[in-house]
Every structure is written in C-alpha cells, then in structure tokens.
Ligand binder design. Structure first.
Ligand code: MBD
Ligand code: FE
Length: 277
C-alpha cells in the first residue's frame, strides 16, 4: 500500500529571512507607534508602486541596492577586481551585439561626443583579456534612458561590444546626463517628503563577462559631476569608479575623428576576477 507522505516544502532561507523581516517590521510598528491610518497609507503607497512599471525596482535599487551589492560582491571586491556597482532598474536584456567601430546613439544624437576606451584585464595577473563581452547602457544627452523616452529608438543607448586581441575596447557615444528619477511617482513623492533631491550623477553601466572569469556589473562615473558626492543612491559612486572627461578641441584632433565639433575622451580599465579564485 502506498501511503502519501506529507511533504512540507520549506525553503530554509525564506523561512529565516521572512521571519527576520516580520520581526523587524513589528518592532518598527511598536517603536514608531504606527497607527491604522498610517498603515493604510503605506499599503496604498506600495499598491501604487505595484501599478507602475518601474517603481518597485526603482524604490528597491535606490534604497537597498548598494547594501545588497556590497554583500554579494564582498569576495569579488576583495580579490582586487574592479569594484562592483548595482545593476539598477533600467537594464534590459537583449541589447544588440554591435560591430566595430563600436557606437551608441543615432547619427545626430544630441549631446557631446564621447569616446570611451580602456582594457579588460585579469585581476590576478594583469594580463589583457581578449574577447570579453561588454554589455553597456546609459542615458542619452537629454538625461533619459531610451526605453522611457518615446523619442529614442529601442536600445538607442545600449549595446554589446567585444574586447580586441589586446583586450582593449573603444566605443563612441555621447556624454550621459545626470538622471533625475520621476518626481510624480511614489518614490519621487517620498523623496520630496524627505526633503531629498532625486538626482543620480551621470554614469555608464557595464556588465562584463568572459568564460572562466566571474562576471562583473558596475558603473563608471565622471569627475566634476555636481551629484557625484551627493548621489540619490547613497554610496554608489565608489571613488575607484570615477574617471575624467578630457576635452579635445584642436582642429587636428577634431578632423582626425571626422567630426565638426570638439569631443571628449574618457579611459577606464576593468579588472575581472578569475572564476577559480
Ligand atoms: C538609475 O539610473 C540607476 O542606475 C540606479 C541605480 C537607480 C536609479 C536610476
Ligand atoms: Fe543608471
């Protein structure tokens, strides 16, 4: 006779984490004397976030992303790899694989032309890594991510590039602009209530991968940005992730790039940690 055994499918992690979450929230309710009407307002706030496409990931990444990133990449960051940084709410799967010479944006993309170059290196040996895949996304010169801007084509400011035989990459883009999160959504209104601005310094997102290396997700920032030391996402712009924009305005340089106006360059080298470390 087959007896049906009662199986309780409990995931030990969920059990622990959810228990701790409830503990923390109940303590909070008691400590701050949260009343029924405040509690209902919170439920409405969360419901409204859920009705809007990007608000939930936005809220989580703004307030909790950096802490999760630091826990996740603790090991990586200790192996002298390039510091990780949060993925953020605006990554899209399926960006097109571009062919060299690599470029993001339209022919007449508004903004200052920027050439970003650098190498992808082994964090242990310093050896260049050919064939590393860089998956890149950023705001356009108008400060908007393409998928939230009806004026930009799909994947306008996104693309996948490979490093060459010497482990180097270069791509043409425009200088991204600081990003202000939507002010009329729940997260934006919460920030207003807190008396906090809603700006992130300009940045370019990178996901970098290569067989036999641990994948790296990070962001690169630029010196002199007004929000660099006052990022809405507290602690995101780690000093090692900041590079410099160099302006090139001589006729010779402008001509050599086939341009008709000054352009900028920025350099950044990425160090990937071998998967075996
Ligand atoms: C962004 O562009 C971003 O990168 C993060 C982490 C949060 C909000 C907006
Ligand atoms: Fe971003």
């Amino acid at each position: 006779m087959v007896t049906e055994e009662k199986v309780t499918l409990t995931n030990e992690r969920v059990k622990v984490i959810f228990g701790d979450l409830l503990d923390s929230l109940r303590q909070l309710i008691i400590k701050d004397r949260i009343t029924e009407s405040e509690y209902r307002a919170l439920i409405e706030f969360v419901s409204e976030m859920g009705r809007l496409e990007y608000e939930v990931p936005l809220w989580f990444d703004v307030f909790l992303g950096v802490t999760v990133d630091n826990v996740t990449y603790d090991h990586y960051n200790q192996m002298a790899g390039t510091p990780s940084n949060i993925l953020g709410p605006f990554y899209l799967e399926g960006a097109p694989v571009r062919s060299p010479p690599y470029r993001l944006g339209r022919d007449n993309e508004p903004g200052d032309v920027l050439f970003v170059s650098g190498s992808v290196l082994d964090a242990k040996t310093g050896a260049p890594i050919p064939g590393a895949l860089l998956d890149i996304w950023q705001t356009s010169g108008n400060g908007l991510y393409d998928h939230l801007d009806p004026d930009q084509p799909d994947f306008n400011m996104r693309g996948k590039f490979l490093t060459d035989q010497e482990g180097r990459f270069e791509f043409r883009t425009v200088i991204p602009q600081p990003y202000e999160i939507p002010k009329d959504g729940p997260t934006g209104r919460l920030l207003a209530m807190l008396g906090h601005h809603a700006w992130r310094p300009k940045h370019i997102h990178f996901k970098i991968s290569r067989d036999s290396y641990l994948p790296l997700t990070t962001q690169v920032y630029f010196e002199g940005d007004p929000w660099l030391h006052d990022d809405l996402v507290e602690g995101a712009p780690k000093p090692e992730l900041v590079t410099r924009l160099e302006k090139h305005d001589s006729h010779k340089e402008i001509e050599s790039k086939g341009l008709d106006r000054p352009f900028f360059t920025a350099r950044f080298d990425f160090r990937l940690v071998p998967a075996t470390s």
